[in-house]
Structure formats: C-alpha cells, structure tokens
Ligand binder design. Structure first.
Ligand SMILES: Nc1ncnc2c1ncn2[C@@H]1O[C@H](COP(=O)(O)OP(=O)(O)OP(=O)(O)O)[C@@H](O)[C@H]1O
Length: 251
C-alpha cells in the first residue's frame, strides 16, 4: 500500500492551547480517508499543516515523498498545486460565471491558451455531471450544482490529492447523499488521494476506505469503517453514539 502523506509526531499550539500533541498518521494513496472528531480538536489545523499553510511547532509532514519543512517558498507553492480543495460553501466567486470560476486556477497557475482552457473547463464540468451551465452565474444554481462547480474548479489543475472540509455540513439528507456520491465517483474516476473532514458519521461509514479519529491532540483510532464499527475503544464508541457520557470531555 502506497502512502501519499505521512504526518509524524506533529505538535501545534496557539498560545497556551495545545491543539496537536503528537499526531501520527499515514494517508493511503488513491484511497478516501475521513478525519473525524469533536469540534475544535484541530481537524482543519491538521489540513492546513498538511498543505504547508501552517508550520508545525514540532514534527513533520511528508507529502508525496517531500518533507515540507525542507522546502523553500517556491517548492511549497509547487507542492500546493498538487492539492485541490473543496470548502463547505464551495466558495465560488459570485461575480464570475461557472466557466470563469472553473477557469480561474488555470488562468492563475498556467499559461494555457483559451482554446486549451476551454477544453479543460468543459471536460471537468462534464466529469462532475454538469453540462450547459457554463454561462450561468453561481446565484442561478442550486446548492448541489454549486458544489459540483466547486469540485470542477478544485480538480481543474489535476491535483493528486483532494481535500474536502466538511462537505456535507448543513445539507439535507438527499443533498448529503449527492455530495457523498460526488466524492466517491470523483475518487473512482480520477483515482486520486482524497481526505475528507466530516461530522457526518453516516457519510463516513458509507464512503471512507479509512477513518482517523482525532481527540485531545492525538489520533485515538485509525482503521477501516468495519474496524470502527467493531471497536470497543471508549472514545470512538462515545463519539459514534453521540453520547455526552464517556471519556470525551464536552466544552
Ligand atoms: N490561526 C489560529 N490562531 C489561534 N487559534 C487557532 C487558529 N486556528 C485554529 N485555532 C484554534 O485551534 C483549535 C482547533 O481548530 P480547528 O478549526 O482545527 O478545529 P476543528 O476540529 O476543525 O473544528 P470543527 O469541527 O468545529 O470545524 C480551535 O480551538 C481554534 O480556535
């Protein structure tokens, strides 16, 4: 099994508050890994360190064989191009139509001609199941379509790794299913490494190849959905059952 990302003994504090107290995690290449855990346990902070946007206080992150701590600014920017990112609200540019939204990273990071840009934009839109919407504005689209446009933009530069930060938070069950399928299909079609931060246990069990649960600055369990379902780890059991009683401290 090939490893795309290795996080080794990661420590990160903000002032007195220790968010990460020694995170160790291997992200399997070309698989879908879900990162779960209570609010405020540092899931987003972990993603930022994986992308090299935040520096760890101690420990290191190795992305596709490169130790981020040894890279200069230019090399870091190059590594970042290997990531696609889909945020909770899709974060589209409201003043740009769908075509321009998806073309944006290509215009920013490549010197491709319009003809080639057009080909890529239409291909990515088709891949996420959208046709004939290029000239619509984001405000004219449904939430599900906006997510698809966000995903088309995230994969425009053909990233090797795609990060989803709470992609289904705030969605109704049907939309949640649509987005889950989108994550699954995208992974299957492109065969890329996917990391998903989620609070949605049902989605996690349905889509994940591997799950890592983070609590109190550490990974309390890593395994397959089957292993999570069977475990008697009290932290995992409490989190999955959504109970206020157990070793996880609330507030
Ligand atoms: N730049 C920053 N400066 C100071 N504190 C920060 C910063 N970024 C994050 N934090 C703190 O680090 C902790 C972890 O934040 P993070 O957003 O990673 O949690 P999370 O697990 O993603 O939470 P949620 O599930 O609620 O999104 C929080 O207490 C947050 O306030």
């Amino acid at each position: 099994m090939e490893i795309a990302i290795e996080v080794i003994d990661l420590h990160k504090s903000f002032g007195e508050y220790k968010v990460h107290k020694g995170i160790n995690l291997k992200i399997v290449k070309n698989a879908i890994t879900y990162i779960i855990g209570p609010s405020g346990t540092g899931k987003s902070v972990l993603l930022k360190q994986i992308m090299g946007l935040l520096k760890p206080d101690k420990g290191k992150v190795i992305v596709l064989g490169e130790d981020l701590s040894t890279l200069n600014k230019k090399e870091l920017l190059n590594i970042r191009k290997k990531f696609g990112m889909l945020f909770q609200n899709a974060a589209l540019f409201d003043s740009m139509n769908v075509y321009e939204n998806v073309a944006f990273p290509l215009r920013e990071h490549t010197k491709l001609r319009e003809k080639e840009i057009r080909k890529i934009v239409l291909e990515k839109l088709r891949l996420v199941g959208l046709t004939n919407v290029e000239y619509k504005m984001p405000s004219e689209l449904s939430g599900g379509m906006r997510k698809r446009v966000g995903l088309a933009r995230a994969i425009a530069l053909e990233p090797e790794i795609i990060l989803y930060d709470e992609p289904t938070t705030g969605l109704d069950p049907i939309m949640t299913d649509v987005v889950d399928n989108l994550i699954y299909e995208t992974q299957k079609k492109l065969n890329i490494t996917s990391i998903v931060i989620s609070h949605d246990i049902e989605s996690t069990f349905k889509i994940a190849d591997y799950i890592a649960m983070i609590y109190d600055g550490k990974i309390v369990m890593y395994g397959t959905p089957e292993e999570f379902k069977k475990t008697d780890n009290p932290y995992v059991r409490q989190f999955l059952s959504g109970s206020k009683d157990g070793p996880i401290k609330i507030g």
